[in-house]
Design a protein around this ligand. Structure first.
Ligand SMILES: [Zn+2]
Ligand SMILES: [Zn+2]
Length: 562
């Protein structure tokens, strides 16, 4: 069954024994079910939580008796230090880890710059055959927006939802929509821009204030040093002390324990993947008027009326029904059909995006089940294309400008000299959108786009910092779950095995792994055929036509035609 010189272990026991010596360890740490504490260090032997009094052990069916030995909540901990050590055990990886210092001077090129921190640890480098002290630096964290709030300790909703604008966040409460709206992007315009003097198109006022300046780490630390953290889900004891001292911060982030943390320009990076997805979702939801997704509706029209803006859009109440006049962004039924048809009939290269035909419902004229990456392709290219000839020209242009912004932002090569223009163009785009769309359209996600260029400038290209790789890995981990009653255990055990095997193939670099499929597309010069294609026999005339067509559309042939 196996190629020559490959042997299978005789029993499960033997296989596990071999793997155990190779595998990395993990720890199970018991935790309070309300997230107050971890049972470690001085609390190692405690039986109940000192903060909220909940038992450490699971209660039995009746909810009275404690079953000792069965923890109520477990945290699985993978110690990172042995894993860093192992990185330097493979000659190839050890070499790759210092590529950046090949032609430059570094204090210690092997220092890792990643997402966790540790003190110096002793490591052995097989590439250079020596022992050295490894240090690790935490550069920034990458999370979606709610988790951003948890890690950084700042508020991510309400009046001060933008962590970068902080207390200067431009926001107002919509009375009927019962949400906060984040408009006012004119403050980011140059001070003599004509938009700043206009009243009616925006919120009825002129705007001459200057943009808020992001606080530095040291300033933030000074503000939040007064906060005393309290952990756990128990809300009663929490937050009362903090209300008076600061509006934007709910706790002091543990990362400030790192000495250098306050000197970082960007501690937490905004995730472009989620922002792009949410923005695209609300654009499409509003254009197609999908219930639940649309940002337009009776309440948003009432809010406009309340502010005395665009009164012609106000709802009209007739005998027993309410009529919302169409706005400039409303697609008629015919237009919706054209939009959906364009998307569903689209033919794209293999692997470019999921099959759009399965996502578009021509009956309801809606899009269903789109994943983050589908929204990515929509924003990057498909949306401007499928909107051609739909909508009034100025609205279409504003949406396309937003698409072009995301496209330029996500490019793999960043032209630093073009960043200023990119940012200015985006601010104008946001102002244009403010002109056309109702205030309820401007959620925090749309506002966060205004800070993305800053992070590109400080942290580099977006594709190195967004969450796609992590989300994909989540899917891999999900696949490890075989027993639905014990998902964590399945993931942990499988991951440890996978890690050990990966290390072996990496470490024994002269062997080929068996049983791993070679990727279908990388080395093949000829692409794979479109699934569902048919083989037909054609006559020589048609063949010549096809041949001619290919030649005429090939770049190398172009000079000869001219
Ligand atoms: Zn507790
Ligand atoms: Zn902001």
């Amino acid at each position: 069954m196996l190629p020559l010189n490959n042997e299978l272990p005789l029993s499960m026991y033997e296989a596990k024994k071999t793997l155990n010596t190779l595998g990395m360890e993990y720890e199970k740490i018991h935790a309070c079910p309300n997230d107050c504490i971890l049972y470690r260090n001085e609390l190692k032997d405690a039986t109940s939580c000192p903060t909220c009094g909940t038992s450490r052990w699971k209660l039995d069916g009746t909810g009275t008796k404690k079953r000792k030995g069965l923890p109520a909540k477990v945290m699985w901990y993978f110690p990172p230090i042995p894993r860093f050590r192992r990185l330097f055990q493979s000659p190839k990886i050890a070499k790759d880890l210092i590529w950046h210092a090949q032609e430059r001077e570094f204090d210690e090129p092997r220092n890792l710059r990643l997402a966790i921190s540790a003190d110096g640890v002793e490591c052995y480098d097989v590439h250079r055959q020596e022992v050295f002290t490894l240090r690790v630096v935490l550069l920034w964290t990458i999370n979606d927006f709610p988790a951003y709030g948890n890690l950084s300790g700042c508020v991510v909703k309400g009046y001060f939802a933008c962590p970068i604008c902080g207390e200067d966040t431009f926001s107002h409460r919509l009375k009927h929509g019962k949400k906060n709206s984040y408009t006012g992007h004119r403050i980011f315009l140059p001070c003599n821009h004509p938009f700043r003097k206009q009243k009616k198109a925006f919120n009825g006022k002129q705007e001459f204030s200057s943009p808020p300046q992001p606080l530095s780490g040291e300033e933030i630390l000074r503000k939040i040093d007064v906060i005393s953290n309290s952990w756990g889900k128990n809300k009663n004891s929490r937050g009362k002390l903090n209300v008076n001292t600061t509006n934007c911060w709910k706790k002091k982030s543990i990362f400030f324990d790192l000495e250098y943390w306050k000197y970082l320009h960007v501690c937490h990076s905004l995730d472009v993947m989620h922002i792009e997805k949410n923005v695209c979702e609300s654009i499409i939801g509003t254009l197609l008027n999908i219930p639940g997704k649309t940002k337009d509706g009776l309440n948003s029209r009432l809010d406009l009326l309340e502010m005395g803006l665009r009164c012609e859009l106000g709802p009209r109440f007739e005998s027993n029904r309410t009529y919302l006049p169409p706005a400039c962004y409303t697609l008629s039924k015919v237009e919706k059909r054209v939009f959906c048809q364009t998307l569903s009939q689209l033919k794209v290269p293999e692997g470019y995006c999921s099959n759009m035909r399965n996502l578009v419902s021509m009956e309801d004229l809606k899009l269903y089940g789109l994943k983050s990456h589908d929204y990515h392709t929509l924003t990057q290219q498909l949306l401007p294309m499928s909107l051609r000839s739909l909508l009034p020209k100025h609205v279409r242009h504003a949406i396309c400008r937003l698409s072009f912004f995301f496209n330029a932002l996500c490019s793999k090569v960043v032209d630093v000299s073009a960043l200023d223009k990119l940012q200015n163009d985006l601010v104008v785009t946001l102002c244009l959108l403010e002109n056309y769309f109702p205030h309820s359209f401007f959620d925090i996600m749309l506002h966060l786009t205004v800070h993305l260029v800053r992070e590109v400038r400080l942290c580099g290209p977006v594709y190195l910092r967004w969450m796609y790789p992590f989300e994909r890995f989540m899917k891999v981990l999900k696949g490890y779950v075989r027993n639905r009653n014990r998902p964590e255990g399945c993931i942990v055990e499988w991951y440890i095995v996978e890690e050990a095997i990966e290390f072996c193939t990496e470490y024994l670099s002269n062997v080929d792994a068996i049983g791993i499929l070679i990727s279908a597309n990388i080395d093949q010069k000829v692409g794979a055929p479109i699934p569902g294609g048919q083989v037909v026999t054609i006559d020589s005339n048609l063949w010549l036509h096809a041949h001619h067509y290919v030649l005429e559309n090939t770049t190398i042939v172009q000079p000869y035609i001219e």
